[in-house]
Design a binder for this molecule. Structure first.
Ligand SMILES: *Cc1c(COP(=O)(O)O)cnc(C)c1O
Length: 228
């Protein structure tokens, strides 16, 4: 690892952390980022890493067996037929985006020693380029999701559509926060699902997300530079 890469990533992390309340968890998104850069972030104290692909994560983990205390977060779309592999590689899945996927994960998790931790991906504004539940769809599926008791479902994940004004992006994050609060209050249907985590905010909008109450932000380019 070059000294300058180490220094640059450590400096970027310091800058970002200065803008964050201590309660916000920073997830370093290392998709398409080298193992060397990932190690630099680890050396600077990062223990939460986000990836969007199964194979890329498996390849990286094989090169990082000396770093056992990493928490791996899946942040990309997961096909049901890769659910078992995902549960081997990741402790968190932020991108659970359908009832079918949740039920498949629940089935596999029944045989695991530890429940996987999940967020439900919600689309506050319609966005054909993204996966996830619209709000009416999610409300409709909540009773069935609540039955998935081998999953530790802790909150919501949101990605605003591209090209919004800041005020519109903030409104998406605020709506997501309010939706989590609404679900928390629905004790009649919701016995098992928890809604205390809000995974929202990327390089271009994380300050707005934090303003709206994000508990986890997912940063790639701000830490590692532009992806190839
Ligand atoms: C790539 C990605 C990120 C990180 O994006 P940056 O703009 O590089 O910070 C965060 N969340 C998801 C779901 C992503 O796919």
């Amino acid at each position: 690892m070059t000294g300058s890469l180490q220094t640059q990533i450590a400096e970027r992390l310091t800058q970002v952390r200065q803008t964050l309340p201590d309660s916000v968890k920073l997830i370093a998104v290392t998709k398409q980022v080298s193992v060397e850069a990932l190690r630099a972030a680890y050396a600077a104290g990062v223990r939460d890493f986000g990836e969007s692909r199964i194979q890329e994560t498996a390849d990286k983990q094989a090169q990082l067996t000396d770093l056992p205390d990493i928490t791996w977060h899946l942040i990309g779309h997961l096909q049901s037929n890769k659910a078992a592999k995902a549960l081997e590689l990741f402790q968190w899945i932020h991108s659970v985006d359908s009832l079918k996927l949740a039920q498949r994960l629940n089935q596999i998790a029944a045989d695991l020693p530890q429940k996987p931790t999940l967020c439900l991906q919600v689309k506050v504004l319609s966005d054909p380029t993204k996966y996830g539940w619209t709000i009416p769809e999610l409300l409709n599926d909540l009773p069935a999701l609540d039955q998935c008791t081998d999953l530790n479902t802790v909150g919501l994940m949101a990605i605003p559509p591209y090209g919004l004004e800041s005020s519109e992006t903030l409104a998406v994050f605020t709506r997501t926060r309010d939706l989590a609060a609404q679900i928390r209050q629905d004790g009649a249907t919701i016995k098992h699902l928890k809604m205390q985590e809000l995974s929202m905010g990327m390089s271009d909008d994380y300050l707005l997300a934090v303003e709206a109450g994000a508990t986890m932000i997912r940063l790639g380019r701000t830490l590692f530079g532009d992806r190839p």
